[in-house]
Design a protein around this ligand. Structure first.
Ligand SMILES: [Fe+2]
Ligand SMILES: [Fe+2]
Length: 403
């Protein structure tokens, strides 16, 4: 194995997102600061080794590497894209947490916007805690994958050169420049119908939108419009347009949470089928399982936006409205959140599975296309799209090299 994978370098050089020593060290520090990781990797004695030295010398590979089961170039391409996806996830979840999370010793700046918090709590009183925990998970995913890449002599993935978007001006937005834009999303809600169906998009099934959410903010965008000190009435929500607006923003966020995490469930499953190294497969499957865990939680919470007593909320500004999905067909019943068995392997019985899991619908390039259509990258540079698409192409091109 070479110290730096040539293909990965070619990708990096295309957009010049060179990780500075300082940034690289920061990532490494976060990884080795986790005692559990150290124990598992047997790396406790390597804490004092500068990250740059490990990358430069390949010492990380010697410490962590195994004689057999070395990752292939395809494995590294998979992990590089997944790491970029986790950095993107971290960026959007950090915004949600800043506005609506639960402040704690570890995350003292979470939950800054009381009005947003109380609207989220109308969906479930534990929403702030779940948001902060989900954010922790994403941050651990990206730090771990970068740590793993570095331990194998690979350069870490950095999107820092693309951190150029202005944060929301509302209380809780902070001052840090962002990678993602949560101020005007087209939230794809078809997952709600897909996981209740016996048909599978991998075999051509298509699904409409459970709720139409277009050009909709999912975080507060202005203190003038949604004063952070205001409070949300307990449901049912009154006709006060300021409260209606904030509740619609929170409801839309609830659907977006699930959209993001079901996408992660499909992406990781799809990538696992391309991995060669058993260790890389373990990483992809183990992190992917947590994405699915997140999805299931958010699926349940989103359902509360389209059930009594919250159903009927309409955003007076965007017109986004949340119908009662318990009054129509049983197929949309809000407590049917566990996946319905569906077509899986032709000729065999239906099975309750993650779907889709084919490249065209759930591979890396499909994920980039879906997030772009979502509006998550509105305002991002051409260089960003070139960089992320190239990582995605390389990940999709990976093939399992067994047998
Ligand atoms: Fe993640
Ligand atoms: Fe996730």
């Amino acid at each position: 194995m070479t110290v730096n994978d040539e293909r990965a370098n070619a990708v990096e050089n295309a957009a010049q997102p060179e990780a500075s020593d300082e940034h690289l060290q920061k990532i490494w520090d976060r990884v080795v600061g986790r005692r559990a990781f150290l124990r598992q990797a047997g790396l406790a004695s390597a804490v004092a080794v500068p990250a740059s030295a490990i990358v430069a010398s390949g010492a990380g590979a010697k410490v962590l590497g195994r004689a057999r089961d070395q990752p292939t170039k395809g494995d590294f391409a998979i992990l590089r894209f997944l790491c970029a996806a986790e950095i993107i996830e971290s960026d959007l979840w950090e915004q949600y947490a800043g506005f609506g999370g639960q402040a704690s010793a570890g995350r003292p700046n979470d939950g800054q916007n009381g009005f947003y918090v109380s609207a989220l709590e109308n969906l479930d009183s534990d929403m702030p805690q779940y948001i902060s925990d989900n954010t922790d998970d994403e941050e651990s995913h990206q730090a771990f994958i970068n740590g793993y890449l570095m331990s194998k002599g690979q350069r870490p993935v950095s999107l820092e050169p693309f951190r150029t978007l202005s944060p929301s001006q509302a209380t809780g937005g902070g001052t840090k420049k962002r990678l993602t834009n949560l101020t005007g999303l087209n939230v794809d809600t078809s997952w709600y119908l897909r996981y209740r169906a016996v048909t599978n998009p991998d075999f051509g099934a298509t699904f409409g939108q459970a709720v139409t959410i277009k050009n909709q903010p999912v975080i507060p965008v202005s203190d003038a419009e949604t004063p952070p000190g205001d409070t949300e009435s307990a449901p049912p929500i009154p006709a006060d347009p300021v409260q209606q607006r904030m509740q619609a923003i929170a409801n839309s966020a609830g659907f977006h949470f699930a959209m993001i995490e079901q996408g992660g469930s499909s992406l990781y499953t799809t990538m696992s089928l391309k991995a060669t190294s058993l260790e890389v497969l373990r990483i992809v499957v183990a992190i992917g399982g947590v994405e699915t865990n997140h999805f299931s939680l958010w699926h349940d919470k989103a359902g509360n936006a389209v059930a009594d007593p919250l159903a009927g909320v309409t955003d007076p500004k965007t017109g986004t409205t949340f119908p009662n999905l318990n009054t129509g067909s049983e197929a949309t019943q809000t407590n049917l959140i566990l996946p319905e068995p569906c077509e899986f392997i032709p000729g065999l019985p239906d099975c309750s599975v993650v779907r889709p899991t084919i490249d065209a619908l759930a591979g890396a390039q499909a994920a980039v296309a879906a997030l772009t259509a979502d509006g998550l990258f509105n305002g991002q540079s051409d260089d960003f799209f070139r960089f992320i698409k190239r990582l995605a192409r390389d990940a999709d091109a990976a093939k399992r090299e067994i047998g």
